[in-house]
Design a binder for this molecule. Structure first.
Ligand code: MG
Length: 161
């Protein structure tokens, strides 16, 4: 049995009038995350964590933001491509844990819906996907509601050594 870990981090600026995509969901909010894709920082952090565990670089190398194919793409589609890489290596996600740092909106009520979307993509049950929300206590750019940051760790396992 082989076990690998991966860590991912992402931060996106919030801009008024954009749609907010986070954790694979569209969340009603007056501002959204700026990005070449849908800006879903939570999914991007997960993707980087998975790529780290695979030893396959990072999201910018696999899905370059200069590539028009990825303009406004839903990040869950990118995560699905990365999960195909996981399966090709005969590996699977054993567990994932995520921390979102956002002053607003309140994210806890959206976590069950995020799990319903992300769990099947990652191939994990509810109790193997941790989602936690923190504020930045009003400090810095995140605290002033100018950005949202996410951290993710994953545990990837498979039969081969
Ligand atoms: Mg990103």
């Amino acid at each position: 049995m082989t076990i690998r870990t991966g860590i991912g981090y992402d931060l996106h600026r919030l801009a008024a009038g954009r749609r907010l995509f986070l954790g694979g969901l569209e969340i009603p909010f007056p501002a959204g995350l700026v990005g070449h894709s849908d800006g879903d920082a939570l999914v991007h952090a997960l993707i980087d964590a998975v790529l780290g565990a695979l030893g396959e670089g990072d999201i910018g190398q696999i899905f370059p933001d200069r590539d028009p194919r990825y303009k406004n793409i839903r990040s869950t589609e990118l995560l699905e491509s990365v999960m195909a890489m996981v399966r090709k290596k005969k590996l699977r996600i054993l567990h994932a844990d995520v921390v979102v740092v956002a002053e607003k909106p309140k994210l806890g009520p959206w976590f069950p819906d995020m799990k319903r979307i992300l769990g099947p993509i990652l191939g994990v049950r509810d109790d193997r996907l941790g989602l936690k929300a923190k504020t930045n206590e009003g400090l810095g750019l995140i605290g002033r509601g100018r950005a949202i940051a996410c951290w993710a760790v994953v545990l990837v396992g498979g039969k081969k050594a």
